[in-house]
Design a protein. Structure first.
Length: 109
DNA sequence: ACGATGACTCTTC
DNA sequence: GGAAGAGCCATCG
């Protein structure tokens, strides 16, 4: 067993993301106090399988609003986001800037 | 311990 | 907005 404290933090933030909204890896990393841990956040997503509770990792995208990740998996995530009302084009969020949700803004508010 | 890799982000062209 | 290069840290062989 590894120390997944950081991962749990990421998963927790992901669950705090309201429906129909998305956030970026950097935003989560920043809230955790590690603005440069964007890659680790992605790692945490890959480790989401370790989470005892389901994690809406599909609500997490990169700074460009593109559904980064494993090929095929992104396609599945796109469907989930569309179900929430998020418009996606070519694996990219249309109104990304509009539906973007900053966790730190809500947490520290 | 080292090198390579990765679901990233930033700056610059 | 897209492409290229550099920086970032943890995990894996």
């Amino acid at each position: 067993m590894k120390d997944e404290s950081f991962f749990e933090h990421v998963w927790e933030v992901c669950r705090q993301i309201p429906p129909g909204r998305v956030t970026s890896y950097g935003a989560i990393a920043k809230v955790l106090g590690k603005p440069n841990w964007s890659r680790m956040v992605g790692y945490a997503m890959g480790a989401c399988g370790r989470a005892t509770e389901p994690v809406p990792f599909y609500r997490v995208v990169n700074s460009s609003g593109q559904l980064t990740g494993h090929e095929g998996a992104a396609d599945r995530r796109q469907k989930f986001l569309e179900e929430e009302g998020v418009e996606i084009v070519n694996h990219k969020i249309k109104n990304f800037k509009k539906i973007f949700w900053d966790p730190g803004k809500e947490l520290e508010y």
